[in-house]
Design a protein around this ligand. Sequence first.
Ligand code: ADP
Length: 248
Amino acid sequence: MTDDFLLETRGLTREFSGFTAVNKVDLRVRRHSIHALIGPNGAGKTTCFNLITKFLQPSSGAILLDGRDITRTKPADVARLGMVRSFQISATFPQLTSLENVEVALQRSLGRSFHFWRSKRTLAPLREQAMTLLDDVGLAFAANRVVADLPYGQKRALELATTLALNPEMLLLDEPTAGMGREDVARTVALIRRISPNRTILMVEHNLSVVADLSDRITVLARGEILAEGAYGAISTDPRVKEAYMGK
Ligand code: ADP
């Protein structure tokens, strides 16, 4: 039933000069769940993400968002329909403060111009909303810091805040803990959990303990195809998954 799934791919396939990177993938992401896409290097995870967010066109197959066919929809229109990839539209401005960055993102989500958001009258309610978002990602204390001066973990948290400014129903997270030390990983896991209620999250993540902590369901890709699907307990003991990770 389409109803239970916010995102569905049907026979999603992408070839690159005769090489099939993603092969007939039927992915179903349940509404209001956290779903992880994992697999060894070269499995096709990034290509899948790029296809779903329309950065790449599929060779064949279809993508449905809330039952609506978005296979031929432009990336910006997909974002307008409520599916946003973190770090996609939310490019941060390093010379502005955290607060100003979120304000810009909020204005963009309203489709307003740069000049409009600079007027004092429109800034007050916006500032309040931006502060709430910063608070949501645990960055209220850094509201007036210039982004260029923030440590890496805080920059990633800010990117998430600017993504949330678009109020997406579906969030695609591309390796949210990549390059982080243990403390930032723990903070990011807590943060994803905090923003997950009433949202649907699909993430590509290499850190399997993060996957175990957060995911309701996991899809394992290998050589462009779905190898296994299920909860972490079943996936982690599946001999086919172990074999794929061993590179046999
Ligand atoms: P993953 O994200 O799981 O590591 P990718 O989706 O990046 O895997 O890549 C899957 C396969 O597709 C790899 O073998 C990769 O070399 C190939 N591939 C990805 N993008 C391109 C491209 N633009 N041109 C040719 N081959 C590509």
